[in-house]
Design a protein around this ligand. Structure first.
Ligand SMILES: [Zn+2]
Length: 242
């Protein structure tokens, strides 16, 4: 049986000697692992459509183990992502996060739209340097929320009270700790009121506006570290490409 899917290619790799596996994140079905051997032999135009980060239209054939790619055509290549190391590592990180956060064939269209929009802005020449970090951090916290792991940023995760200052963030318990509960988790990290506001801004700001968020490099680094610890703890495994 054949079916259509619009997808972003998350990964493309050799499985065995001759077989290639392309992991897609589709608008219709969420993550789909596909056998891509037919595409490798095809003309280079088709090969381009299964390269990582490419946004493509697919015609897939249902298989017993893996579905296979019958036809594909690139919609957007995002070529800039390959031209600059920082853009490349940022794109690899958002694709790997999407892969790690999702199970196969569980549709999540909001995450698909977020991923596609994020790649578009990571690819854009109007975003550079630290702007790319803001877009990646914004993707991470929004993607966590869309997959059911939103950190608790308003009420203390230990007592449930509206948190008073100063605050800590417990990546193990999944959110902020108020002054009274500061000792509930020894590994909790200090977070300033301003940094907490920035984390909330990362959630509410559209990908294209994230580059304009007002945050110091030091605070952004701390927020990225908090998010990464939170993500790794909740996925119970290390995200390699950050
Ligand atoms: Zn508390």
């Amino acid at each position: 049986m054949l079916y259509k899917a619009e997808a972003v290619v998350l990964r493309y790799k050799n499985m065995r000697d001759a077989d290639k596996v392309a992991v897609l994140f589709s608008r219709e079905l969420g993550k789909i692992r596909t056998a891509a051997h037919g595409v490798v032999k095809a003309k280079s135009k088709k090969r381009g459509a299964v390269q990582p980060f490419t946004h493509s239209a697919f015609l897939l054939r249902k298989g017993r183990e893996l579905d296979s790619i019958s036809q594909c055509e690139a919609i957007t290549f995002f070529l800039n992502l390959r031209n600059e190391l920082k853009r490349l590592t940022s794109a690899l990180y958002v694709c790997e996060l999407t892969d790690e956060l999702t199970a196969e064939k569980e549709p999540n269209e909001p995450l698909f739209i977020l991923l596609l929009t994020t790649l578009k802005w990571l690819n854009s020449n109007v975003v550079n340097g630290v702007g790319l970090d803001k877009i990646t951090a914004g993707f991470e916290i929004k993607a966590l929320g869309l997959c059911g792991y939103m950190p608790q940023l308003t009420r203390c995760v230990n007592c449930g009270e509206r948190a008073k200052l100063p605050l800590k963030f417990s990546y193990k318990m999944g959110g902020i700790l108020c002054t009274e509960c500061n000792n509930a988790d020894e590994s909790a990290l200090t977070i300033s009121e301003r940094e907490l506001l920035t984390m909330k801004e990362l959630i509410t700001t559209a990908p294209g506006k994230l580059k304009d968020i007002d945050v110091s490099n030091e605070s952004l680094k701390r927020i990225k570290r908090i998010l990464n610890l939170f993500t790794v703890h909740h996925l119970d495994k290390k995200i390699k490409s950050n």
